[in-house]
Design a protein around this ligand. Structure first.
Ligand SMILES: [Zn+2]
Length: 212
């Protein structure tokens, strides 16, 4: 029986996903892990999509004001791949951090696995559901394929219980409105109301049918 010895083991990459609603401390946890990796003298590359306008242009920021330098990229996995592989950047980093991963297209999934295949530790943070309570973009697939998933809870702003939902408070239908204070808050299952389309057009429908 051939047991693996230390020398025969490949350097394993690992995929870590940090998820949960807004205000659950995802960015804070990502920053914590990246800072620890740097203390361990690992070379860290951190990225975030330029869609996230809150607080800092060139750093990821948590609601608790922890920050970590981040390269701002467009939420396009192919372009991120070009950036990583173009100048051998990928060879210079051991840990890849990516915040707001929910805004990336599905191609972020094979890219993440490719990086893991190269022996990288890939740490992704992002929302698991939209304000309409639908799984958010590539996050469900990334959660399924990860070595480690950390699903954080926030605190319900109505009752104080653990919250898994992001409640949309305003009227905007824009999915991509990030971090604007007062637009969102965390809610538990009991107090969450999924955002639904304005009923105005639907209310017209019976009238139309009546005349048909
Ligand atoms: Zn509640």
């Amino acid at each position: 029986m051939a047991l693996l010895t230390g020398t025969e083991r490949p350097t394993p990459g690992v995929l870590e996903v940090i998820t949960g609603p807004m205000f659950s401390g995802k960015s804070e946890e990502l920053i914590r892990r990246l800072k620890r990796a740097r203390i361990a003298r690992q070379r860290v590359g951190c990225f975030k999509p330029d869609i996230d306008l809150r607080y800092h242009r060139t750093a990821i920021a948590s609601h608790s004001e922890q920050t970590h330098e981040a390269a701002v990229v467009t939420p396009d996995a192919e372009r991120l791949r070009e950036l990583l592989f173009a100048d051998g950047l990928v060879d210079a980093i051991e840990v890849v951090g990516l915040d707001e991963v929910q805004f990336f297209d599905e191609a972020i999934v094979p890219l993440s696995l490719e990086l893991v295949g190269l022996g990288k530790r890939v740490i992704l943070a992002g929302l698991d559901t939209t304000f309409a309570n639908e799984p958010f973009g590539p996050v469900p697939a990334l959660m399924a394929l990860a070595d480690r998933v950390t699903k954080l809870n926030a605190v319900c702003m109505v009752c104080g219980q653990p919250a898994i939902h992001t409640q949309r408070l305003g009227q905007s239908r824009e999915l991509v409105v990030v971090g604007a204070a007062g637009l969102y808050e965390a809610r538990c299952r009991a107090h969450f109301q999924p955002y639904v389309e304005e009923p105005a057009e639907q209310m017209e429908l019976p009238k139309v049918l009546a005349h048909a």
